[in-house]
Design a protein around this ligand. Structure first.
Ligand code: DX5
Ligand code: ZN
Length: 229
């Protein structure tokens, strides 16, 4: 089968109700989410703390599709097996999180997961050019990682186009994370992105027991990018 570069919307549960993650995952999938994006933060690599492998394991039975785990932690390597055992399909590590990203990506694949590489807004694409055979996904951060609800950093759009050229026909997803809205989404899909993480823009106005707003929010993003990919 050819590589699937069609649009995937990945709601970040960072913007969900923290007391009801299971119900939130079920609700947002039923409303049209393609992947579930799980933001793991350690209060060290980023100035915020969320949750770890035990929460991912608890979420797993509530997610039918892809569990996309974004590790904003340093170090990464000691925790890879725990997140793989917790049921992650994709594990994404930051290039800035340690000196041995090549080893980290190898360890993620050895653990049976797809390997993602995330770049902070200040990090250039040189960081990726020698790793293209090691990654299944590159995550371009369009905010500084740590918090949901921040504004999209426009300068990253050029990075996405350059990355798209660099990737060529390789089976690598380009994921955008941070500040994705119906206004910013078409900029990055036109530049070559296929996976859009969206927290606030998906979860706003709804709840797991009134999830129709999630469906409308997802549809609004889909409509905004139609014709750009
Ligand atoms: C930021 C996280 C993002 C964040 C996106 O550190 O990696 O996934 O939740 O949130 P929004 O869509 O609200 O910018
Ligand atoms: Zn994320």
């Amino acid at each position: 089968m050819s590589f699937d570069r069609s649009l995937k919307i990945a709601p970040s549960i960072l913007a969900a109700d923290f007391s009801a993650f299971g119900a939130e995952c079920r609700a947002v999938e039923a409303q049209g989410a393609d992947w579930i994006h799980v933001d793991v933060m350690d209060g060290h690599f980023v100035p915020n703390i969320t949750f770890g492998p035990a929460t991912c394991a608890a979420l797993r039975p509530h997610i039918k599709g892809i569990m996309d785990v974004h590790l904003m932690i340093a170090p990464v390597d000691p925790y890879i097996d725990a997140f793989a055992k917790a049921g992650a399909d994709i594990i994404t590590a930051h290039v800035e999180a340690g000196p041995h990203i090549h080893r980290t990506l190898q360890a993620i694949r050895n653990a049976g997961c797809k390997a993602g590489l995330a770049l902070n807004p200040g990090t250039g694409l040189d960081a990726v050019s020698h790793l293209l055979d090691m990654v299944d996904l590159v995550c371009v951060m369009t905010v500084n990682p740590g918090f949901g609800g921040q504004s999209f950093i426009q300068s990253q759009v050029q990075k996405v186009s350059d990355l798209r050229k660099m990737i060529g026909d390789r089976p690598i997803h380009i994921e955008i994370d941070g500040g994705v809205t119906p206004v910013t989404a078409p900029l990055v899909t036109a530049a070559g992105a296929d996976v859009l993480v969206a927290g606030s823009a998906v979860f706003k106005g709804g709840s797991f027991d009134k999830p129709e707003a999630y469906g409308e929010n997802i549809m609004t993003i889909r409509n905004a990018v139609s014709g750009t990919m």
